[in-house]
Design a binder for this molecule. Structure first.
Ligand code: NI
Length: 290
């Protein structure tokens, strides 16, 4: 049976009315999407993501404060993120990072709370979901400095099997909607990161992301929507939703020269392992957490 994993969506988005969200949930439940990560971006959306995860069997959550909201963060907010991270089916810290395109929050505050939330993920031994825009080098430097790719961190997680059966380091660090060059992508792969691809890979003039997907082994790739944003072709211009992840997976299949079914299954399994879900969960990955 075909199954799809939307590794980054915002069911928790404040723009949905209760009716719209209920309709969206019904639509997901009648689609091939059987797993959705609802990703927090501030305190309210992190709480809502955790609620969705508690209520919906197919939904899991990440909790964290986006760089856009770094100015609103304080020790109490961080304490609440820590509490939410301990709830059932909350699998990651995110989305956290740097956004120097919009600069909605002061850069110094973005850097400070990015570091503090990486430290929280290290303390709780949780996967990390990164948002980075126009801050490539500083994002990478901070992740390295804070030990996000350390051998110790890698030792907490199941290692990734790459062709030939050789295990490769997996630091459980996800660069969401990765838009960097294939060189930067390869640099992240060497460090043990994972990259996720969203709707823009289907856009006609986006050669950069197509080249990146071609260059990165499939074991390091996940598919996402970032719904309600970044709608893939052929629905570009409308609000995005999890079932549309199919079109991103089809594009990955085309670039990799494999069947849609294989791309769907492999990106599904990659995401299950990344977020430590179900049978892939290792007993020791949640120490100090659950
Ligand atoms: Ni997002």
């Amino acid at each position: 049976m075909q199954r799809l994993f939307d590794s980054h969506a915002h069911l928790n988005n404040e723009t949905y009315t209760a009716d719209e969200r209920a309709a969206l949930i019904r639509e997901i439940e009648s689609s091939a999407v059987t797993r959705v990560m609802d990703i927090g971006f501030d305190l309210a959306s992190s709480r809502l993501a955790a609620e969705h995860a508690a209520r919906l069997a197919w939904c899991y959550a990440a909790v964290g404060v986006h760089p856009h909201d770094a100015d609103s963060m304080n020790e109490d907010t961080l304490a609440e993120i820590r509490r939410l991270a301990g709830l059932d089916k909350v699998q990651a810290i995110g989305e956290i990072g740097l956004d120097f395109h919009y600069d909605n929050s002061d850069r110094e505050a973005q850097v400070y709370w990015f570091r503090r939330q990486i430290r929280l993920a290290n303390e709780l031994r949780l996967p990390i979901v990164i948002h980075s825009r126009e801050a490539d080098q500083l994002t990478l430097d901070i992740l390295v400095e804070e030990g996000a790719f350390s051998e110790e961190r890698k030792s907490w997680f199941l290692q990734r099997l790459i062709p030939g059966g050789k295990p490769a380091g997996d630091a459980r660090v996800l660069l969401h909607c990765f838009s960097g060059s294939h060189e930067l992508g390869q640099q992240y792969v060497k460090l043990g990161a994972t990259l996720s691809v969203a709707g823009p890979v289907t856009y006609k003039n986006n050669r950069r992301t197509v080249e990146m997907v071609a260059a990165i082994p499939l074991e390091y790739l996940l598919a996402e929507t970032d719904a309600p944003y970044l709608t893939p072709v052929p629905f570009r211009g409308r609000p995005n939703k999890s079932p549309y992840v199919e079109h991103t997976v089809r594009k990955i299949a085309e670039i990799k020269g494999i069947s849609y079914e294989e791309a769907a299954e492999r990106t599904f399994c990659n995401a299950e392992v990344f977020f430590n879900i179900d049978e892939h969960k290792q007993p020791d990955t949640n120490i100090g957490h659950k």
